[in-house]
Write a protein that binds this ligand. Structure first.
Ligand SMILES: Cc1cc2nc3c(=O)[nH]c(=O)nc-3n(C[C@H](O)[C@H](O)[C@H](O)COP(=O)(O)OP(=O)(O)OC[C@H]3O[C@@H](n4cnc5c(N)ncnc54)[C@H](O)[C@@H]3O)c2cc1C
Length: 462
């Protein structure tokens, strides 16, 4: 740690924020021989490692274990789910985080990056100040990330009304929860709590859960949630809430009320950019987001921005790639800009929802001559073995490349490895159909879908 050092000037790069975007930029830059200062107010790893991707996926895995125990008699194995010990769940989850955190700290150190612990502010076009010490670089990367938003009048008290920051650290299982917002984060928490035995109701203002996904995926998730007993109200808006001694009551604009022990507010994330000196240095902003070009350059020469701070997909792997892109651009490697359509996306609920490329609606909007194919997982041996249902939907240009792949079912997130290659290499169904998929795997469904679209279905009816 270099807390309290004198002015450190003329390094190649000063990175403000050590989350996915910032630390990826720092690691790649150091690998390319650049001198780097990485400034972080809290812990390197940011939202994803400490209160986002990793803790939620650990909770979801614990939920899957609970579901397996609860439903084991279906497989002829008799177990009893006695209880869920949240201290045990949390120590498993925290163990995962701690191990990854130590690994990341080790990486930062071993790459020779100067790590500065403290709250930084951009004080000139090439300088960030932390606790009175100034760090000057030929380049500055802004990577201050995002925070959980709320609605006007909906105060987060951290007890009855919480965000995902609190949700990943709860030391008890709520008897009942209202999840306000049925996007990815809301649906993941709903899935965890249902697996842990809570009574869950999602309230979503849009007509569907995970509304950014292909409508067919939203409908399949809704069907699966209905089957799991996860309640949801769609197309209805929040009006007000009252905190009572034993819970929260939410009133909707249509006059209905819902009560629960806990209210999770998951209505989206906003950029962390206020009072950090960005506007003062003339950086172009829009609703708090820093605006960049396709190489993540701001309008101010030498200042770059990556991750949730810019209006691209708020995903850790997008932050990683933007960080790498900037590092390589600064090092003169002239990397290709990111094709954001080709970013893999997963909602890690039970069932999982995974996609890459365009939805049917987007493909039509962009003027493609669209053909679709739906492969029902009912025809897939491994899906039957696991007891999951869902589908793989292909959106393709007629006689052309695959434009989008949309999947629902247990473990389909793992199929994105292949799906994103198919999309990003602009493969046609005929290119994929002859590729052999091991039997019985879920990945076979990917092969079968492309065989069917290429006009030679094997295990498909109709
Ligand atoms: C509940 C939840 C689940 C998620 N699950 C997934 C998932 O499964 N997969 C996925 O891809 N994405 C997931 N995400 C999104 C992912 O966490 C973010 O996209 C990613 O963390 C963004 O990285 P970032 O570097 O832009 O910002 P952050 O990770 O937010 O990092 C920004 C860092 O900057 C620091 N900082 C801010 N201001 C200052 C300052 N002035 N001085 C010094 N330091 C500062 C902060 O302390 C923070 O560490 C999830 C998010 C949440 C909330």
């Amino acid at each position: 740690m270099s807390k309290g050092v004198n002015l450190l000037s003329n390094v190649d790069l000063v990175v403000l924020g050590g989350g996915s975007g910032g630390y990826a930029a720092a690691l790649r830059s150091a690998q390319l021989g650049l001198s780097v200062v990485l400034i972080e107010a809290d812990k390197v790893g940011g939202t994803c490692l400490h209160r986002g991707c990793i803790p939620t996926k650990a909770l979801l895995h614990a939920g899957e274990v609970a579901d397996t125990a609860r439903e084991s008699s279906h497989f002829g194995v008799n177990t009893t789910l006695n209880s869920i010990d949240m201290n045990g769940v949390n120590s498993y989850k925290d163990g995962v985080i701690t191990k990854l955190y130590k690994g990341l700290q080790g990486l930062v150190k071993s790459r020779g990056i100067t790590f500065v612990e403290g709250y930084g502010k951009l004080v000139s076009r090439d300088t960030v100040e932390v606790n009175g010490t100034r760090y000057t670089g030929k380049n500055v990367i802004l990577a201050t990330g995002s925070y959980a938003k709320t609605l006007p009048g909906l105060e987060i008290d951290g007890k009855r009304v919480i965000t995902s920051d609190h949700g990943t650290k709860l030391d008890y299982i709520p008897k009942s929860v209202i999840v306000l917002g049925g996007g990815v984060i809301g649906c993941e928490f709903a899935s965890v709590w249902k697996s842990f035995g809570s009574d869950v109701t999602i309230i979503e203002g849009l007509p569907h859960l995970i509304a950014l996904e292909d409508e067919s995926s939203s409908k399949l998730l809704e069907r699966a949630y209905r089957k799991r007993g996860i309640n949801f109200e769609l197309g209805v808006r929040f009006k007000s809430h009252t905190v009572t001694a034993d819970g929260v009551t939410v009133e909707l604009e249509d006059g209905r009320t819902f009560s629960a022990e806990l209210l999770l507010v998951s209505v989206g994330r906003g950029p962390v950019s206020a009072n950090l000196g960005y506007e003062e240095q003339g950086i172009t902003m829009d609703r708090g987001y820093v605006i960049v070009d396709d190489k993540c350059r701001t309008n101010v020469p030498g200042i770059w921005a990556v991750g949730d701070l810019i209006p691209t997909l708020q995903l850790a792997h997008v932050g990683f790639q933007e960080g790498i892109l900037v590092a390589e651009e600064i090092a003169g490697l002239n990397p290709r800009p990111i094709n954001y359509d080709g970013v893999p996306r997963v909602t890690y609920s039970e069932p999982e929802v995974a996609s890459v490329g365009l939805t049917t609606a987007q493909a039509k909007e962009r003027g493609h001559n669209v053909v679709e194919l739906n492969y029902d997982l009912a025809g897939n041996g491994k899906a039957q073995i696991l007891g999951t249902s869902g589908s793989i939907k292909l959106v393709a240009e007629k006689d052309g490349p695959v434009l989008g792949i949309h999947m629902v079912g247990s473990r389909v997130g793992e199929l994105l490895a292949e799906a994103q290659l198919i999309f990003n290499w602009e493969a046609t169904a005929a290119d994929v159909a002859p590729l052999i998929h091991a039997h019985p795997t879920m990945s076979e469904a990917m092969g079968e879908a492309h065989m069917a679209l290429a006009g030679k279905p094997l295990h498909a009816h109709g």
